[in-house]
Write a protein that binds this ligand. Structure first.
Ligand code: GRG
Ligand code: ZN
Length: 345
């Protein structure tokens, strides 16, 4: 079993994914394609090998996912727009310093209009698309993150957004998808991330002033004896929770409430030492989703397995050099031996 991060092998694994266009798996995952491009490209940047997927191809594919009827991005050419694909599209453009493409044909204004149109004016919650069938705190995060990357956060009601996030909080200190739904670590990331973007983290404290610690306590209870984290009580450990849990802890300044050494070992043990990539847990099949969250988790934890990685921004889920270049960074905890980008002079 490997005990360090197999950087060159993971770069090769991700670069090879782009060559599998004939496979059944490729055709069965079109609904996630733009998300997958975002996971792949961001991982390569964190691994220090952005050139392994050509920039022009990434930008061109992203623009080909534009749904001109809706004025936003779908997950694949000719697919309907959705907020999940829209955030990924904007993130891929930001990663490649190509947001200027949205200045053409009024695309940026149309995107902002589309995103704002998804907010429920009563509750402040967001729908995922124009069918307005489903609300989820995930969609609210996507909306505020995308608007911030477009320098347009002022276009949405901050007060309504904060209200909707707080309404999804539970007595255990965690967050669900909608008011009253079970706490899940994925929702902790989206809710804490959204509050960070909205400069509203103090709203977490509540009447007793203990809201942040209560949430951090719930998050730290996600670590299991094997070192891995689960997403909610009595569930199995999974590498992707390294991201959903660690980001929320980093934003709350409580990364040291879990054992980083044990978690790093768990992530590294879920690598495929022959073909590259990281799986949800040891001995399972690797995929690009868990490869991204495993690499990004190690970048937050630091230490020897993170050698050679670049700093990740847990609020915007992008390399820190990108959000620093854009001037949109929010405060978050950096562990002493985690990768750190030079501060701009
Ligand atoms: C920019 C990183 C980024 C994300 C965009 C889509 C999104 C915003 C956030 C997703 C947050 C979320 C809900 C993550 C959890 C995903 C996950 C592993 C769900 C699995 O749920 P179950 O119930 O698994 O199948 P468990 O582990 O609870 O058994
Ligand atoms: Zn997972």
């Amino acid at each position: 079993m490997a005990d360090s991060l197999l950087v060159p092998l993971h770069v090769k694994y991700i670069a090879a994914l782009a060559k599998h266009r004939g496979s059944l798996a490729y055709h069965l995952t079109t609904h996630l394609r733009l998300n997958a491009i975002y996971w792949a490209a961001t991982t390569l940047h964190l691994l220090g090998a952005p050139e392994a997927l050509p920039r022009d191809g990434l930008v061109e594919f992203t623009l080909s996912c534009w749904d001109d009827d809706a004025g936003a991005f779908g997950p694949f050419p000719q697919h309907d727009a959705h907020i999940l694909a829209t955030l990924s599209g904007i993130q891929v453009l930001a990663l490649n310093d190509a947001l200027g493409e949205l200045e053409k044909d009024g695309r940026k204004e149309r995107l902002v209009k589309y995103i704002c149109s998804l907010q429920d004016q009563d509750s402040g919650a967001f729908f995922g698309d124009s069918t307005r069938l489903e609300q989820d705190t995930r969609f609210l995060y996507c909306a505020v993150c995308a608007l911030s990357l477009l320098s347009s956060l002022h276009s949405v009601s901050r007060e309504r957004c904060v209200r909707a996030v707080l309404a999804a909080r539970n007595h255990d200190g965690g967050f669900g998808t909608v008011p009253g739904s079970e706490s899940h670590a994925g929702q902790a990331f989206v809710c804490v991330g959204a509050l960070a973007i909205l400069d509203a983290l103090d709203e977490l404290q509540g009447a007793d002033g203990k809201g942040k610690d209560k949430l951090a306590g719930w998050l730290s209870e996600r670590q299991l004896p094997c070192g891995g984290l689960n997403g909610r009580p009595r569930k199995l450990e999974d590498v992707c929770y390294s991201w959903w849990v660690l980001t929320a802890l980093a934003i709350l300044g409580k990364l040291h409430w879990i054992s980083g050494t044990k978690l790093s070992q768990f992530i590294v043990s879920a690598q495929d030492p022959d073909h590259g990539g990281i799986a949800d847990r040891p001995d399972n099949v690797a995929d690009v989703f868990h490869t991204f969250f495993g690499v990004a988790g190690l970048a937050m934890l630091g230490g020897p397995p993170a050698q050679g990685l670049r700093e990740v921004d847990p609020v915007f889920a992008l390399p820190a050099h990108v959000t620093r270049r854009m001037g949109i960074q929010k405060p978050y905890q950096r562990l002493p031996d985690a990768p750190r980008e030079e501060e701009a002079q």
